[in-house]
Design a protein around this ligand. Structure first.
Ligand code: BJW
Length: 244
């Protein structure tokens, strides 16, 4: 790939970077995206599965879908894209990863300083007490699972129409306002509020760089759009950075 020198120089000299990822980064690990050709929303209707209303009307169906996805994710490994992002954390003075992914692959690759802004598929939350626990069984036995208090458990993820976790959102928005570089990887840029982060970073003076296999609404805001697979481009970009 022919990287522009101006962009590489900024990666070399900046001290504060924020990385935003979407399902595209996990595609090369074998996790389906949402809106791509083989995306989950091509086969399932979002409003039947990823809304509080869907869960209230048919918790068993929603749980079956999450159980299926968890079994699939349980078999895959992080790829070179996840690994490079984990390494970046050690080389910039200020670093935050904001991921929309619930698959836990960034953490498995070694990322620590991160916000899982749409939750995590490996956690469950009591619909009554709001207590959060990590799943020990995969697949879960009888669906839908129940809390010891007698209420339904739900996946600890963020569905359409729900608020994002406030602490994570505040941290993410602060980092977006303060960063020198916003690197956006593998997201279609359709889902808010994350879709507004590139514009907010740009307005605050950051360089916005997008990595995606195709152009998206973020391309209109980005200073540079690097077209290709995250698992190819991220290692190449990192190898050109003498800071590493
Ligand atoms: C590759 C690649 C490779 C492939 N390398 N790239 C403002 C305006 C309009 C609407 C709203 C608004 N504010 C809020 C809303 C409503 C709503 C929303 O955004 N709707 C839009 C659809 C319009 N947002 C919400 O409801 C959010 N809540 C909220 O804002 O609360 C306050 C509020 C509520 C209501 C009204 C107003 C305010 C919550 C959003 C929760 C999203 N939840 C999901 C499910 C999570 C749990 C689960 O996983 O099951 O999150 S939906 C789904 O989309 C999932 C993802 O995290 C999210 C983003 O998808 P992503 O990751 O971008 O995937 P894709 O498939 O879309 O894109 C993949 C990309 O990768 C593509 O571009 C490929 O090209 C690329 N790619 N292979 C690089 N190898």
């Amino acid at each position: 790939m022919n990287f522009q020198e101006e962009m590489l120089e900024k990666f070399r000299t900046s001290r504060n970077i924020v990385v935003v990822t979407g399902s595209g980064i996990s595609a090369e690990s074998g996790v389906p995206t949402f809106r791509g050709a083989d995306g989950l929303w091509k086969k399932y209707r979002a409003e039947e599965l990823a809304t509080p209303r869907a869960f209230n009307s048919n918790p068993e169906l929603v749980w079956e879908w999450y159980d299926w996805r968890r079994q699939l994710i349980g078999k895959v490994e992080p790829n070179s894209g996840h690994e490079i992002i984990a390494r970046m954390e050690d080389y910039y003075q200020e670093f935050l990863l904001i991921t929309q992914n619930v698959d836990g692959l960034h953490r498995k690759a070694g990322s620590n300083n991160m916000v899982e802004i749409h939750g995590n598929i490996w956690r469950v939350r009591c619909t009554h007490e709001e207590t959060i626990t990590y799943l020990e069984e995969n697949p879960i036995g009888k669906l839908p699972p129940m809390c010891e208090c007698g209420a339904l458990l739900r996946p600890d993820v963020v569905w359409f129409g729900e608020s994002l976790p406030i602490e994570g959102l505040v941290k993410a928005e602060k980092a977006i306002r303060e960063c020198d570089i916003l690197l956006v990887v593998g997201t279609s840029g359709y889902v808010y509020p994350v879709a507004s982060f590139p514009m907010a970073a740009k307005a605050a003076g950051a360089m916005v760089v997008e990595i995606n296999i195709e152009r998206t609404p973020i391309s209109l805001v980005a200073d540079f759009t690097l077209l290709g697979k995250a698992g190819d481009i991220l290692p190449e970009l990192w190898n050109r950075n003498p800071k590493k």
